[in-house]
Structure formats: structure tokens, C-alpha cells
Design a protein around this ligand. Structure first.
Ligand code: SF4
Length: 322
């Protein structure tokens, strides 16, 4: 069953030098219980996609298309109506988690408040002690040291990794229908990343929470998601089942991302990286936006942009499959 349907979504930014298109005619379905990994280098538009769904784009942004959440087009909602969804039904974990917390309130108090609102909406009576215990238990799950002490701290008294885990704790406690996680493990020590990924998977399986997991790291998307969407220059380049994409990537950009994953068995030799840099949205090349970096480029690629085509179970945007 579909939780989220994105239809022909375009996102624009008005800038001093004109209107620039960041997301281009994007379509995506997210089912209940799905984990979709959104993968791409920085500047591909993947964070913009998360902000667009939560409707927290900067004031100079505009959108066209539809974002249907349980059939309701979020683009038609005003800010007051949107607040009913944001936080409790759609929750976003940001890369820079500090901005998500109130600097003058203790972190435990902020989580407590969020939980109380959730239970109020559910019409469920829960005691202060039960709420406190619930928060402390999630802190323990996230291996936050001295959870009772962290509870009493202000955000500025915590490290970046601790703040990130407090925000993840909020997501785990609120159990929204859709969790959008934007590079959620980037501020966390590598040894903890696997544990956080497992916690996300656990809440996904237990509570059927759908997750959009935004990352530049395709190996992390592989560990986390059941579907992968590869973005480049604001366009979907490939989308499909995670296992199938990792085993048999069709798009040359996906192939490059997978070839760039460090291999444990390769003790010598240089690590592959895709040549060149992602293009600026102000100066996108003609034709296929990936053509200046593509090892399989053909004459048509430089002139005409390929459309998305369906091949087997996959969506792919490349002239090799037209
Ligand atoms: Fe490469 Fe051409 Fe495919 Fe673009 S359309 S990815 S340039 S082969």
C-alpha cells in the first residue's frame, strides 16, 4: 500500500541570477514499510527532496507537482495544516541535528514534551515516570553514556554525535509514519553507525515506519534500504530493488558509484572515483547531464536528454536503454 506518492515534482530556487531548477519532474512511490535509499553525490538534489517532502524549503524556493501523503496533497496545505503532519507523521532527521533542538531547553525535557504531545493525540494516558523511562531506554539503546545525565543537559553541552543520537531518539520515540533521514550517521563515530542503522531497521520492521534514507554512500543505502533511487543533477538516473541495483547496476553513474566503494579484499591499487565533478545547477550541460563524466558517452548523449524508461523492474535514464 502506498504511503507517499510524488508526482511530477519540480523544485525551483529564485536566486539573484535567475530561477534555477533543482529537482526535475521527479516521480516516486513509497509504500508502508518501505526503506528507500536516496543516493547521489553532494549537489545532486537529494537533501532538497527531503526538505520538499517535509515542506521546509527556504523561502526563495517554489514547487510544482504533487506530494500525496496518504492521498492528501501536501502542496495544497498551508503552514498551520502542515504542522499537523510535520513531527508526528513526517519526521526529518537532519545532517546538522543541532538546529533541530531548542537551545534553551534541556534535551530530556524536549523529548518528554514531544512524547506527551504524541500520547495526547493518541488519547492515551501515560504517567511522567513511564515517559521518563521510555526516553532513558531509547538513550540506552543508542549507547548514549550516562543517559540520566544527558537527559539533564542543554544541547550546547553535548557533542555533535550525542546531539545526532538525541534527534534519532526523538524519531524512535515518536514513531512517525514517514521518517526522512538526511545523512543521519555522518556525525556519528563509525563504530556506532552499524548500530544506528540496525535501530532504524528495527523500528521499520516493528512499527512499519517508512524511511527515506538520504546518503552519499551507496554501501550504506545497500545496508539499509529495500529500494534505491539514484539522483544526479536533480534527475532520477536509476531506481529499483536494492539487491538488483547493487548486483547489476544499469546506469553508468550507478556503476561508477558502486565501483567507488572501497573493497576489503583490494589491499593495493588506487581507489576508483568517477572522473570530474557534478555539474552546477546554473550551468547544466546539454543532453544527458552525466555525459561529461560518462565512460560510455555516445554522440546522441551530448545533444538530447534521455527520458526515464522502464526496463524489467527498473527505471533508468540513459540512451543505452532507449
Ligand atoms: Fe552515459 Fe549517454 Fe547513458 Fe548519459 S545517456 S549515462 S552519457 S551513455
Amino acid at each position: 500500500m502506498v504511503l507517499l506518492q510524488i508526482r511530477n515534482l519540480n523544485v525551483y530556487y529564485n536566486t539573484l541570477i535567475g530561477k534555477v531548477k533543482i529537482l526535475n519532474d521527479l516521480n516516486l512511490d513509497v509504500d508502508y514499510g518501505d526503506i528507500v535509499g536516496v543516493v547521489g553525490e553532494s549537489g545532486s538534489g537529494k537533501s532538497t527532496l527531503g526538505y520538499a517532502i517535509a515542506k521546509i524549503l527556504p523561502p526563495n524556493a517554489s514547487m510544482t507537482g504533487e506530494i500525496l501523503f496518504e492521498g492528501v496533497n501536501l502542496l495544497n496545505l498551508d503552514e498551520k495544516e502542515m504542522q499537523k503532519y510535520r513531527g508526528t507523521q513526517i519526521f526529518m532527521v537532519f545532517q546538522n541535528a543541532l538546529n533541530s533542538l531548542n537551545p534553551v531547553k534541556k534535551v530530556g525535557f524536549q523529548l518528554e514534551e514531544a512524547l506527551k504531545i504524541k500520547y495526547q493525540k493518541m488519547g492515551k494516558k501515560v504517567s511522567e515516570d513511564e515517559i521518563y523511562k521510555e526516553v532513558i531506554d531509547v538513550f540506552k539503546d543508542l549507547r548514549l553514556p550516562d543517559p540520566e545525565v544527558i537527559y539533564e543537559r542543554y544541547p550546547h553541552q553535548l557533542s555533535g554525535g550525542q546531539i545526532q543520537r538525541v534527534i534519532i531518539a526523538m524519531a524512535l520515540l515518536l514513531r512517525p509514519k514517514l521518517l526522512i533521514a538526511d545523512e543521519p550517521t555522518s556525525a556519528i563515530d563509525v563504530t556506532l553507525q552499524a548500530q544506528v542503522v540496525n535501530l532504524f531497521k528495527q523500528i521499520n520492521q516493528e512499527a512499519k515506519i517508512s524511511i527515506i534514507f538520504i546518503t552519499h554512500d551507496i554501501s550504506l543505502a545497500y545496508a539499509m534500504s529495500n529500494r534505491i533511487l539514484v539522483l544526479y543533477a536533480g534527475r532520477i538516473m536509476e531506481e529499483g530493488n536494492t539487491e538488483e541495483i547493487i548486483k547489476d547496476p544499469m546506469h553508468p553513474y550507478t556503476q561508477g558509484l558502486i565501483a567507488s566503494i572501497p573493497k576489503v579484499s583490494k589491499s593495493s591499487g588506487k581507489l576508483y572515483s568517477i572522473p570530474g565533478l557534478p555539474p552546477s545547477f546554473y550551468t547544466l550541460p546539454a543532453g544527458c547531464k552525466f555525459h561529461p563524466r560518462c565512460p560510455k558517452v555516445m554522440p546522441i548523449c551530448k545533444e538530447k536528454e534521455p527520458q526515464e524508461v522502464h526496463v524489467n523492474n527498473r527505471r533508468v535514464r540513459c540512451w543505452l536503454y532507449e
